[in-house]
Structure formats: C-alpha cells, structure tokens
Ligand binder design. Structure first.
Ligand code: NAP
Length: 282
C-alpha cells in the first residue's frame, strides 16, 4: 500500500509556483494577483481565507483581501465584484462560501468574470468542463486528478466510484474522471446499496462528509482510495474512509489530514497562474 502524499505534492507545486512568479519578476512582468472576498465572521471561513492569503504570500502571488461586514447588502458585494472584474491588475477572484443567508450565492458567484473564476463554481465554467472544453477546474477535483497523475494512476478503463454528488466536489470529480476515460458511477444518499458499488471500484473517491462511511468490507483488494471528507470525530479531523480497515486492502490511499486538503489549496494557486496567463493573452 502506498500513501498518496498530498502534502508533499502540494509543497512541490508551491515551489514551482514560486519559481514561476520569480521568473515573471525577473522579466519585469506584473505580479499575479488573487482577490479574496470574505463576508462576515464565520470562524472556519476566516481560517480558510487566512490560509489562502498565506499561500499566496509565500509563493509570490499578490493577495488582495476584501473583508466585508456580515450585513453587507448584495448590491454592494456585486459592485465590488464588478470593480475587481474590471481591474486589469486582478487575475483571480474568489468569494469565500458560505455567504450570510441574505445573500444569493448563485447570483454572486455568477457575477465573477469567467476569466477570473478561479474557484470554477460558475455555470459557465461548469459548462466548459461538462463539454470537455477546458476552463478552470474546481480546486478539489483538480487536485485529486493531479495527485493520481503524480502516482501514475490512470483512470482510463477503470471502474471509478464517486460517493457524493455536490456541485463543488462530487459532480465535477465525476466529470473529470469521465474525461480521463474512467467508467464512472456516482453514489449519494438515495443509492440503494452503496457497498455494491464501492466493492467493484478500482478507484473510490469518497466525498460525503460522513466519518467512517467507507470501511474495509466495502472495498476490493488493490483499490485506489481517495478520501475527500473532513469530519470531526472525538475532536480529531478524520475523513469518510476508515483508514485502519481500508489501508491494508488498498493499493494507494490518501491520509486525512495530508491528502486532498493540501492539494485543494495548491490548485487555487495553479488556477490563479492560469488566470494570469489568460489575462496576459487578452
Ligand atoms: P455536501 O455538499 O454536503 O455533499 C455531500 C454529498 O454526499 C451529497 O451528494 C450527499 O448525497 C452525499 N452523501 C452524504 N451522506 C451519504 C451517505 N451516507 N451515503 C452516500 N452518499 C452520501 O458536501 P461537499 O461540499 O461535497 O463535501 C463533502 C466532504 O468533503 C465534506 O466532509 C467536506 O468538508 C469535504 N471537503 C473537503 C475538501 C478538501 O479540500 N479536503 C474540499 C471540499 C470539501 P445527497 O446529494 O443525496 O444529499
């Protein structure tokens, strides 16, 4: 069994990002820039935003933080996004979700220019991925694809089972595996017999947000197991996969923490550099 070390690969991607930004600086080019908008004081969101800011700073990407009060009106937020859309010095725009209840997340994310949508949550980017026509890829599924690639795991011809059908993880994950030639099954809470599907999977991506949902009896020998889940059990961070019982049967498995999480963060930097290139080509 081999650990899919997302932490190590993310560190490598960060180093490469820093090299890229250094090279741009040496050529006298503008610094790539990510604008992050946080509305309100949700403690988890504050941590995520701080991490993103620190990732940018350490890799030579300019980080613009916009922190707005929880009672910000939608018109105000949309006006800020419009300003950032029109600012040639801003490459990527990210609005941290969830937003306070009175704000319409769909309207807000749709307002971000498709060329700056580094989270890839807009209908336009999702459409491009669905059609296999490029575009930004959402950070978590993109990070998983990069991790599989790093370890020489090719989904082509493989039975791939994705557990979870959310718009930010499950659905785009299924689309990326499909584009890579996998035979994809997507499971969810209405799936009649989850174990029936996971047992025949060559690659399992668990993204349900339920601790210990997948145990050793539910996976076949040699399966590749990717655990997206971030749950709390007895105060400790854990995934959706019972590592103890699954690891002995797996050929490859991600740990939690240290697997998918760091890759998600690294892909945001990657998408910001892509946005920078798109902006330079305008
Ligand atoms: P979500 O929006 O709550 O979606 C969860 C999905 O899992 C839903 O489609 C749900 O089915 C399905 N599901 C829940 N319980 C299930 C069960 N018992 N059997 C089968 N399917 C089940 O969550 P999300 O945003 O996709 O995130 C999923 C997990 O990944 C969470 O723990 C989240 O914290 C974590 N996450 C981690 C990262 C990272 O970077 N590591 C990034 C994003 C998310 P229905 O559609 O039928 O309700």
């Amino acid at each position: 069994m081999t650990i899919l070390d997302g932490k190590a690969l993310a560190a490598k991607i960060k180093e490469q990002t820093l090299e890229t930004t250094k090279a741009l600086a040496a050529e006298g080019k503008r610094q790539p820039c990510l604008a992050v908008v946080l509305v309100g004081e949700d403690p988890a969101s504050q941590i995520y935003v701080r991490n993103k800011h620190n990732d940018c700073i350490t890799t030579g990407i300019k980080s613009l933080m916009h922190t707005l009060p929880a009672d910000t009106q939608e018109e105000e937020l949309l006006a800020l996004i419009d300003r950032l859309n029109g600012d040639d010095g801003v490459d990527g725009i990210l609005v941290q979700l969830p937003l306070p209840k009175h704000l319409n997340e769909q309207r807000v994310t749709e307002r971000i220019s498709a060329l700056k949508d580094v989270d890839a949550f807009s209908a336009y980017n999702v459409g491009l991925i669905t059609l296999g026509r490029g575009g930004f890829k959402p950070c978590t599924p993109a990070g998983i694809m990069r991790l599989l690639e790093e370890y020489g795991i090719d989904p082509k011809g493989k039975e791939c089972v994705v557990v979870g059908r959310s718009n930010i993880v499950g659905k785009p994950m299924a689309l990326l595996l499909l584009a890579a030639g996998g035979t994809v099954t997507v499971c969810h809470t209405k799936t009649a017999d989850l174990a029936f599907h996971t047992r025949r999977a060559d690659i399992i991506v668990a993204a349900a947000g339920k601790a210990d949902l997948i145990n050793g009896d539910m996976v076949k020998e040699g399966a590749v197991i990717v655990d997206v889940g971030m749950n709390r059990k007895d105060g400790k961070l854990c995934g959706d996969v019972d590592f103890e019982s699954c690891a002995p049967k797996a050929s490859y498995i991600t740990p939690v923490p240290g697997g998918v999480g760091p890759m998600t963060r690294a892909m945001l930097l990657d998408n910001t550099l892509t946005a920078y290139r798109l902006s330079s080509e305008k």
